[in-house]
Design a protein around this ligand. Structure first.
Ligand code: 13P
Ligand code: SF4
Length: 301
């Protein structure tokens, strides 16, 4: 029996829900029950009624699923799939910032550890960040850890004052304005669709800025047949499958997240067969981070 068939059988047998991020390879996306951006995955995990959730993505996504639905068994098939940006800020950094800016609210990108979420007032994803910042009562907002997403939210929310932290995604941050200009010259007229984790210089050259799901929606609804994609390669692969009439080009060959590509079909099968690798978090982090994530789901929807 082939591996895909075995995964589908075990999924039913174990009452498992497979959630996959758009940056996963297409074989994984095609075996998942739900494919989404990080906001959608958090919402779906929180509402899941299955006994087991298999999160094909990186650790912070699986941790968020566990925090939002702690009664479920949450499995991360690739145990070492992390997000380097999530490790750039510590709970101690958050406490120091609070001492320095006592009247500011701490808004924490979901790409962070559970311990950092527990020290924050509210979480956000790239698709919900602007909406949440606008709804927050506080005028001053400490945004952690992504300085690029933080500067994007600040541009869109001029009524607030932002204190940015010096974190970034090594995949999106490395895209250069020159690469975008070269891609535009090669495909004149093709719109550039960019993730807000890119630098302000790259965003300024773009026609649309949004989360992975928002980029996919825009790509499907625009009349343009050629598209320049400035986020991880999984989005280009997904577009080839769901919108075969479009031609999507990656702005830089370096737009590949090595951690998102750590999950293979064998790992998903292993998770379903053995129940590895289960996410478990200290009670203090579970409850502390839950408040921040619950607020995100409520305000960001
Ligand atoms: P999305 O919220 O757009 O899915 O982004 C997650 C992420 O890790 C981007 O690098
Ligand atoms: Fe983290 Fe960047 Fe990979 Fe997203 S693309 S998971 S932010 S390293």
């Amino acid at each position: 029996m082939d591996i895909r068939q075995r995964i589908l059988e075990l999924k039913a047998e174990k009452d498992a829900l497979i959630l996959a991020h758009y940056y996963q390879t297409m074989d994984i996306q095609n075996v998942a029950d739900i494919v989404g951006d990080s906001f959608e995955l958090a919402k779906r995990a929180s509402a899941a009624e299955n006994s087991v959730i298999v999160l094909c993505g990186v650790r912070f996504m699986a941790e968020s699923a566990k925090i939002l639905n702690p009664g479920k068994k949450v499995l991360l098939p690739a145990f070492d799939a992390g997000c380097p940006m999530a490790d750039m800020v510590t709970p101690g950094d958050v406490r120091d910032l609070r001492t320095k800016y006592p009247n500011a609210a701490v808004m924490c990108y979901v790409n962070s550890s559970a311990a950092v979420k527990a020290e924050s007032d509210i979480c956000c994803t790239s698709s919900s960040a602007v909406k949440i910042a606008k709804k927050l009562e506080a005028r001053r907002i400490i945004f952690i850890p992504d300085k690029n997403l933080g500067s994007y939210v600040a541009e869109k929310t001029p009524e607030k004052e932002f204190i940015l932290f010096n974190g970034y995604c090594h995949v999106h941050h490395k895209v250069k304005a020159e690469e975008v200009l070269a891609a535009k010259a090669a495909k004149p007229g093709a719109p550039v669709l960019t993730h807000p984790e890119c630098t302000p210089e790259v965003r300024a050259l773009s026609d649309f800025i949004g989360s992975t799901a928002e980029i996919l929606n825009f790509a499907q609804s625009t009349d343009a047949k050629e598209l320049l994609i400035c986020t991880e390669r999984g989005v280009v692969d997904r577009l080839a499958e769901i919108a075969p009439d479009k031609r999507a080009f990656l702005v830089s060959p370096r737009l590949i997240c090595p951690n998102m590509k750590k999950t293979h079909m064998e790992d998903v099968l292993h998770s379903l067969e053995t129940g590895e690798f289960e996410i478990s978090l200290p009670e203090r982090e579970l409850t502390g981070a839950r408040a921040s994530l619950d607020k995100m789901v409520a305000l960001g929807s």
